[in-house]
Design a protein around this ligand. Structure first.
Ligand code: IVH
Length: 656
């Protein structure tokens, strides 16, 4: 058998060969030679499994290596956090929890929110075995080799435990200042560094990490978990504190805020968490974030600048939005040129006039907004909302029940058409790569596209005649359009841009109705029977289906070869995302098909049978052999990674 040193060398060379083979399509050794060396690896790993290198080619499927970073499926979804921006919103969060949990004395923890990049780290017997970026929450990228370059991250824990921890990779401000990078701030530099293909480049960026979550059985509170993680050798935020009652929570958050500038790392707020894991479980998750935690973001990411002008934009749904054109100013590392003013009421309420100095805020990923005028004058110009659409000239209308106005010329307004096309082509809709605003502007302005379905009528001649469209880009564009024809039904429904039909509702409609024809024949009652569909959505769907122009468009799409794939399901973003369910036996409260539909609507997946990837087994009356199979699998696992066994009552509670 080969030595450990030879083994490591072989891992490296075989990975390189795999790269030549899969990535560059130019193998440098024969298949037989590769197989021989591969077998040597297998022999070594079979004899010494603990020495298996996480990047060994035996751990990888075929060409997964080809795109550099390898996907990593998380053990459970990495959620993001909801945001509050002031004490009033914080109180609403607190009141909501008090309403759901009967304990009058609930403990919370307050800790800094580090502005970096979320990662999940897996340890086996105390050794770091894998680490991945958050990605879309369900699947990230395996960046183990890069994470190993972080000096503050222990490779070996003080106890031989199997544990998963989550944390934030960041770059110290002092390091960022000495570093000339192409990035605007430490956060982006850290994110760029962790996704490098070459760990040596990552190492040169001198990253750090804080750990803020641990998944390990037998610990009852977040505070105790943090102490345990510290004991294991992880760096955790030093100033985590316990708070009780809204005043205390607010004070502790503001304490974090006041310390902001004293830290050598960027923080963008405080995180408030319900301390007791039992309560966390009771509160559960919304589609995107835990109900038991909240980020209190600084409202202080503000700057003052001059308001040069106010223009009016017309969105895809025709709503007119006033937009502030600003003297460019840097807010938390990003140059801001424009900010939203929402609507006329807001402008008047905030006393904003053109020429004023205004305070602007940029909070997280939210579009910057103008908060208030700080220096106005009598002779500054008052803004008036146009009475006619600035794009098509149609008289605007008040939006029923709202303060804004909209252009009613849905089909004839170029701005609305452009918005609708960009929505249709968007990454979450038909995903037509390269169909961006510059191209859409030309297509609409030159009259090549007059309705949504015209996108599928575009030909090579038209595309190649456009500005900045060489022969190759025109061909690529046509290929991207062609490819989009077989997107899933859920994406197609979403792409149509029906008011109120977001991604999630579209996926639910697709999974329930299964085809465009069945959806179009749905009755009000049938629509309402879906839990996520209320009066407003059902009425809008029926109104849309009764619109002859809309139906004509749908017919054109199909005629032009857009065939939404009914069987191809889109994962629904929901509280059960990342979980795989199997039902055995008869449920008393509902039929199996209803139960399965509900699981899918909430983001879960129905597993074909008992396997290692199953997360939940729902057990009804007279269950089959599946229970025994799951128990057998569970016997080999620690508590945290066991497959959950839910009875009828627990399952009903879970699906609400
Ligand atoms: S807890 C389920 N605690 O902020 C709870 N997150 O905006 C998961 N973050 O995705 C998050 N500091 O990457 C938590 N002390 C902290 C944090 C923190 C930074 C990041 C984290 C999360 C993002 C949400």
């Amino acid at each position: 058998m080969i030595s450990h040193e030879q083994y490591l060398k072989l891992v490296e060379t075989l990975n390189q060969h795999a790269c030549h083979y899969y990535d560059e399509n130019s193998p440098v050794i024969s298949d037989a030679e590769y197989d021989l060396q591969y077998r040597q690896l297998e022999v070594f790993e079979a004899a010494l499994p603990l020495m298996t290198h996480p990047e060994s080619p035996t751990k990888r499927v075929g060409g997964a290596i080809s795109r550099g970073l390898v996907p990593f499926v998380h053990s459970a979804r990495l959620p993001s956090l909801g945001n509050v921006f002031n004490d009033e919103e914080l109180t609403q969060f607190y009141d909501r929890i008090q309403k759901d949990i009967t304990d009058t004395d609930i403990e919370f923890t307050v800790e800094p929110k580090i502005d970096g990049l979320a990662v999940a780290l897996h340890y086996q017997k105390g050794k770091l075995v894998a680490g991945a970026t958050r990605g879309d929450g369900l699947t990230g990228e395996n960046v183990t080799a890069n994470l190993r370059t972080i000096k503050s991250l222990p490779q070996q824990l003080t106890q031989e435990v199997d544990i998963e921890v989550r944390g934030e990779v960041y770059m110290r401000r002092s390091v960022f200042e000495t570093m000339k990078t192409e990035y605007a701030n430490p956060r982006n530099t850290a994110a760029g560094a962790i996704r490098q293909l070459d760990p040596q480049v990552t190492a040169s960026r001198q990253l750090d990490i804080w750990v803020y979550q641990g998944i390990y059985p037998g610990i009852l509170t977040h505070f105790e978990m943090m102490a345990f993680l510290r004991e294991l050798g992880f760096p955790i935020a030093a100033d985590i504190s316990i708070a009780k009652g809204i005043e205390d929570i607010s004070i502790k958050c503001h304490e974090v805020f006041t310390h902001k500038s004293t830290y050598d790392w960027e923080i963008d707020g405080a995180v408030i968490k319900v301390n007791r894991f039992g309560y966390q479980e009771e509160l559960g998750f919304t589609a995107k974030a835990p109900r038991w935690a909240m980020a209190y973001k600084f409202a202080s990411e503000t700057a003052t600048t001059k308001l040069k002008d106010i223009i009016v934009q017309v969105g895809r749904t025709g709503v007119l939005t006033p937009v502030a054109i600003l003297e460019p100013v840097k807010v938390s590392g990003v140059m801001v040129h424009r900010a939203t003013l929402h609507n006329l009421d807001e402008i008047e309420r905030k006393g904003i006039k053109i020429g004023d100095d205004v305070l602007i805020r940029r909070a997280g990923e939210v579009i910057p907004e103008v908060i208030v005028s700080v220096n106005s004058s009598e002779d500054h110009l008052e803004f008036k909302m146009p009475t006619h659409c600035p794009v098509c000239g149609t008289a605007v209308q008040q939006i029923e029940g709202e303060v804004g106005v909209k252009c009613p010329n849905r089909r004839g307004c170029a701005a609305q058409l452009k918005g609708a096309i960009l929505h249709l082509a968007g990454r979450k809709a038909m995903d037509i790569e390269g169909l961006g605003d510059k191209l859409v502007d030309q297509l609409v302005d030159l009259g090549h596209v007059k309705s949504l379905s015209d996108i599928y009528r575009l030909d090579f001649e038209t595309l190649s005649s456009l500005d900045r469209m060489a022969e190759k880009s025109a061909k690529n564009m046509l290929a991207a359009i062609e490819k989009s024809k077989t997107q899933s039904l859920a994406r197609f429904i979403f792409a149509l841009g029906i008011p109120f039909i977001g991604e999630r509702t579209a996926a639910i409609l697709a999974s329930h109705f299964g085809s465009m024809e069945t959806l179009m024949a749905a009755t009000f009652e049938e629509l309402l029977s879906l839990r996520e569909v209320g009066d407003k959505i059902a009425a809008m769907l029926l109104e849309t289906m009764a619109d002859a122009n809309f139906m004509q468009e749908v017919a054109y799409f199909i005629e032009l070869g857009v065939i939404p794939q009914h069987l191809q399901t889109e994962p629904i973003d929901g509280p059960l995302s990342g979980r795989r369910f199997l039902i055995t036996g008869t449920l008393s409260s509902m039929s199996r098909s209803v139960a399965e539909k509900r699981i899918v609507e909430l983001g879960g997946v129905i597993a074909p049978g008992v396997s290692a990837t199953l997360t939940d087994l729902v057990v009804g009356d007279s269950p089959g052999s599946k229970v025994a199979k799951v128990e057998k699998l569970n016997a080999k696992r620690d508590e945290a990674s066991r497959i959950r066994i839910l009875d009828d009552a627990a399952f009903s509670k879970l699906i609400g």
